[in-house]
Design a protein around this ligand. Structure first.
Ligand code: ADP
Ligand code: MG
Length: 257
């Protein structure tokens, strides 16, 4: 069964058509990159899927549920996770403490649902840190971590809820090219191992072409192309939107999508 099915999704803000009749599907275990120039409507799509924005029109089916217009918390409960930046206030805590906080928040949900307190143990926190290769840093304060390592912890926190779908809006913002590649390679490996569908945005063409199974290209709210890296690389409309007709699609120095 298709994990996420978006059909004819639209949203406008004061006459600006931010997302215009967009449809695409995402399978479990698949990494789908939503790309497009700034203002294309990527974040608006994300925010409709995670429940922060109500769609103007269209349907969002996730794992057999129609989630369009549902509250963020209820969507999260169904298994839609997202990465959050570790807030400055949590920087003073250790990596392990941050993980335990994330688990605690999940356990409160279980408590409410089933009326029992489950343990939010150190073991599970360490298991999650192991997944992202951060056990050696467990006792360090988040404030002293390298930026790429903070991003790994954020990924581990997002995995604490066992999501079926993970939404990552610009997960590699501010990272150096090699760190970007490493984070997305790790995400791709975990997505395959745990059969998680991942929807992400990313500005580096290099990263997108290396790690996405499928790309959806938006421009001014409309879906202009969809396919694998090869298809997108050779798509005339995509070339036109990004680089001008006839230009090479090889990344220019510092080129971003
Ligand atoms: P992207 O993430 O692709 O850069 P966005 O989804 O953030 O694009 O924005 C798409 C369009 O919608 C832009 O023209 C943006 O200015 C507009 N927009 C986004 N959010 C709002 C909002 N809350 N209020 C008004 N306009 C918005
Ligand atoms: Mg955005």
């Amino acid at each position: 069964m298709t994990l996420l099915s978006i059909a004819r999704l639209s949203k406008s803000f004061d006459g600006v058509q931010a997302v215009d009749d967009v449809s695409f599907d995402l399978e479990a275990g698949q990494l789908l990159a939503l790309i497009g120039p700034n203002g294309a409507g990527k974040s608006t799509c994300f925010n409709m899927i995670n429940g922060q924005l109500k769609p103007g029109a269209g349907t969002i089916r996730f794992d057999g549920h129609d989630i369009a217009g549902m509250r963020p918390r209820n969507i999260w409960r169904l298994g839609v996770g997202r990465t959050f930046q570790i807030a400055a206030t949590f920087n003073s805590m250790t990596v392990l403490e941050n993980m335990q906080m994330a688990l605690l928040s999940r356990e409160r949900r279980i408590y409410r649902l089933f009326g029992r307190a489950a343990s939010c143990g150190k073991d599970e926190a360490m298991t999650l840190l192991d997944l992202v290769g951060m056990t050696a840093h467990a006792q360090r304060s988040c404030a002293v971590l390298a930026y790429g390592d903070v991003k790994r912890v954020e990924l581990a926190i997002a995995l604490a809820n066992n999501p079926k779908l993970l939404l990552m809006d610009e997960p590699t913002a501010g990272m150096a090219p090699q760190e970007r590649n490493e984070l997305m390679a790790l995400t791709a490996r975990l997505a395959k191992e745990r059969n998680i569908g991942v929807l992400f945005t990313e500005h580096s063409m290099d990263v997108v072409f290396s790690h996405a199974d499928k790309l959806v290209v938006l421009a001014r709210g409309r879906l202009i192309a969809e396919g694998d890296a090869e298809a997108i690389r050779n798509d005339a409309r995509v070339r036109e939107v990004y680089l001008g007709t006839g230009a090479s699609f090889a990344p220019r120095a510092g080129a971003t999508l």
